[in-house]
Design a protein around this ligand. Structure first.
Ligand SMILES: [Zn+2]
Length: 176
């Protein structure tokens, strides 16, 4: 049996289930974005010039996050991180993913089946070399994070394939 199609057929049902499971994760996100407003995506955008980003980010982070680069598969130390905590944007510290949705996709990139809140990431279609993919960017600083595919596990069937350098792991109980 083709695993991918099996997962896909269960995705619709799973998406309905996840709606009921998400509130605690959303609450965590809102708590972390203290000072922001309650509605998703209503936080103030972080806008910097390329020169300013170059001063804040490492050369690799700059390449991935501001030039849509891709880190080498297997390179991220976050691949083997499964401790409880939050993955925040390496550029602006916006909470993006929870350890609760992290899984091993065997792709070489840190993978999640859901963002911490739909409003914290922006998904946009990207056409490159005739291929259409969905790019995932930080909704506060517009940093390129990775892509989302529909071959992920239950309950969403989604695979948020992230560049580890674009994320910073904050263990539970600590501040970003
Ligand atoms: Zn950001």
């Amino acid at each position: 049996m083709n695993r991918r199609y099996f997962i896909k057929s269960g995705a619709t049902l799973g998406a309905a289930t996840v709606l009921f499971r998400l509130p605690p994760v959303d609450a965590l996100a809102q708590q972390a974005v203290k000072g922001g407003t309650k509605s998703a995506g209503a936080f103030k955008k972080v806008v910097k010039t390329n020169e300013e980003w170059k001063r804040i980010l490492t050369a690799e982070q700059y390449h991935v996050m501001r030039e849509k680069g891709t880190e080498a598969p297997g390179a991220s130390p976050l691949l083997k991180t499964y401790a409880k905590g939050t993955y925040v944007c390496a550029g602006c510290a916006l909470p993006l993913f929870s350890s609760r949705t992290k899984y091993d996709s065997h792709t070489g990139w840190p993978s999640f089946w859901s963002p911490i809140s739909k409003g914290n990431v922006l998904e946009r279609p990207e056409t490159a070399e005739g291929d259409t993919r969905t790019e995932v960017v930080c909704n506060r600083c517009d940093a390129h994070l990775g892509h989302v595919f529909d071959d992920g596990p239950d309950p969403t069937g989604l695979r948020y394939c992230m560049n580890g350098v674009a994320l910073k792991f904050v263990p539970a109980g600590r501040r970003a």
